[in-house]
Write a protein that binds this ligand. Structure first.
Ligand code: ZN
Length: 189
């Protein structure tokens, strides 16, 4: 069942996600609903906070993006990033593994707001999969960017926090308008 995606101004987006201690049937159902929601909204990633749950859980699928390549290494060997999708990350830990690069980002919780964000170009990731089994990989390109954007969400960090000050200043009116609209919609419910 697709879930409503919360927008900037909803307090849950600023909450650090609780660690998931076991993959219960409720977690499994939430993962399925998050995939359905992400595909409907045409996103490459979705964090639990974006559907109202402050949990260490995100789903990612970069297969739809053809113009921005992803790289993957497993146990130090290059691997097929597309075949690695879709990806469920539970309790993920991310470590930078390359120099910072700038690239375009958007966010389903910030409709029509886009900006170039600087992040490490490669990252090492440790997480649990959807069966609660630990796994590790190194990501580059779009996959590295998507992982970092989503793992930020799990810690209450948003891409506007990563914008440089000029971009942030330029986008301030749109960001504030979105926040006000979200709060007004909430107040009228
Ligand atoms: Zn986002």
């Amino acid at each position: 069942m697709p879930l409503p995606v919360v927008q900037y101004g909803e307090p849950v987006l600023r909450k650090k996600g609780a660690r998931i201690e076991s993959v219960t049937p409720e977690v499994t159902r939430l993962i399925a609903d998050m995939f359905e929601t992400m595909r409907l909204e045409r996103g490459v990633g979705l964090a639990a906070q974006q559907v109202g749950h402050a949990l260490q859980l995100t789903v990612i699928d970069v297969r739809g993006v053809k113009d921005r390549p992803s790289q993957l290494w497993i146990s130090g060997q290059p691997a097929d990033a597309e075949a690695f999708m879709p990806l469920v990350l539970i309790n993920p830990q991310v470590t930078p593994a390359g120099p910072p690069v700038k690239g375009p980002e958007g966010c389903l919780s910030f409709p029509e707001i886009y900006a170039d964000i600087e992040r490490p170009g490669e990252v090492d990731v440790t997480a649990w999969n959807d069966r609660g089994e630990p796994f590790t990989f190194r990501a580059g390109g779009l996959l590295a960017r998507a992982v970092q954007h989503e793992v930020d969400h799990l810690n209450g960090i948003l891409f506007i926090d990563r914008m440089d000050s000029t971009t942030r200043r330029e986008l301030k009116p749109e960001i504030e308008a979105l926040q006000a609209a979200t709060r007004a919609a909430k107040a009228s419910r």
